[in-house]
Design a protein around this ligand. Structure first.
Ligand SMILES: Cc1ncc(COP(=O)(O)O)c(C=O)c1O
Length: 340
């Protein structure tokens, strides 16, 4: 048996999804006449109570286009030091927007309003102008942690008081929405732009969406084209996203349940030093100094189990819809019986 828990991005489209894709009505989205893409944009924008939306090929591109919209070269944004936009988008912030980051040492990738307030540069021509705050929910490097919505509202207040834009990297907001009480429209009411991914836990093969005002999306349409993200008969992919929201979103609860079960098992293993509290589908844990992480991963690889090395004795596991109950039982068994 093979178990691959490196990411929730490795899933392949389900039969139902492929069927929906094959039957999609398509047009040319560069002319803005692909009916399925327009339907997806309209549906997600209205779900979040936002004016408009644009479909993107990736979460990186939708984040980058939003950051470019909110900033000018030489300015500074505020984010957590774990942020995907800072760590894993190939330096896109500086490449695309010429913007620097004021990094906050938050808690599991999450920042607070007082931390944001302290990170805003005073008005001085020798300092970069602070113009944007970015948060991630759930946090990837922070182990799938979900923000308390109250904290986001407090950050929004600081943004309003200081005339800062507020962007949400909601690649895995779908996971947070299943575990917390805040509703999509509440998110829509406090963020200027929201990026959501369909190709993570939802199980679509590709695609993200950016939400915001009509005016913002009009401008970002140009940025998306400049970045090479204008697409033609993309309705086939929008159909996968629509199918995912309608049929596969609720099923992600299973990923969360299995992640929590893995947490329970790991908490009893002697080779585990610490586990970040598991809230959604990501498990991050550290090993004791009895074994280093490379050796640990080699042992698991020998049993056909692949996990991610995060460095410094840290391992990441991500559960996803293609991880079966049979694989889950096998993995748990292996974890319980490892002799280290
Ligand atoms: C939090 C977060 N934001 C953005 C992205 C980027 O998404 P993509 O891989 O579609 O570019 C990822 C991808 O893993 C992510 O985890």
């Amino acid at each position: 048996m093979k178990v691959n828990l490196i990411s929730d991005t490795i899933t392949v489209p389900s039969k139902g999804m492929l069927n929906k894709m094959f039957n999609a009505k398509v047009g040319d989205d560069i002319f803005r006449n692909d009916p399925t893409t327009l339907l997806l944009e309209e549906k997600v924008a209205s779900m979040f109570g936002m004016e408009a939306a644009l479909f993107f090929p990736s979460g990186t591109m939708s984040n980058q286009a939003a950051l470019k919209y909110h900033t000018n070269p030489g300015e500074q944004l505020i984010c957590d030091h774990f942020a995907h936009i800072y760590n894993y988008e190939s330096g896109g912030i500086s490449f695309n927007s010429g913007v620097s980051c004021k990094l906050i040492q938050g808690n599991r990738g999450m920042i607070t309003a007082p931390q944001v307030a302290q990170s805003i540069n005073i008005k001085s021509y020798i300092l970069p102008k602070t113009t944007l705050v970015c948060v991630e929910n759930t946090t990837n490097k922070g182990g799938g942690a979900c923000y308390d919505f109250k904290v986001l509202k407090e950050i929004k207040k600081v943004c309003v008081e200081n005339k800062l834009a507020f962007h949400l990297d909601g690649a895995r907001l779908w996971n947070a929405l299943l575990e917390t009480s805040a509703k999509p429209k509440e998110y829509g009411a406090i963020f200027d732009t929201i990026s959501l991914c369909f190709s993570k836990g939802l199980g679509a093969p590709i695609g993200s969406i950016l939400l915001g005002t009509k005016e913002a999306m009009r401008e970002i349409l140009r940025t998306r084209k400049q970045l090479g993200g204008g697409m033609r008969q993309v309705g086939y992919l929008a159909a996968a996203a629509l199918y995912a929201i309608e049929n596969q979103w609720e099923e992600m609860r299973k990923d969360h349940k299995r992640a929590k079960e893995i947490e329970v098992v790991l908490s009893k293993c002697e080779y585990v030093k610490e586990i970040a509290p598991v809230e959604t589908n990501i498990i991050i844990f550290t090993l004791t100094d009895k074994i280093d992480e490379t050796k640990f991963l080699e042992i698991l690889q020998g049993k056909n189990i692949t996990l991610t090395d995060m460095g410094s004795q840290t391992i990441r596991i991500v559960t996803h819809r293609d991880y079966t109950e049979e694989q889950h039982q096998y993995f748990i068994d292996v974890l319980k019986n490892l002799e280290i």
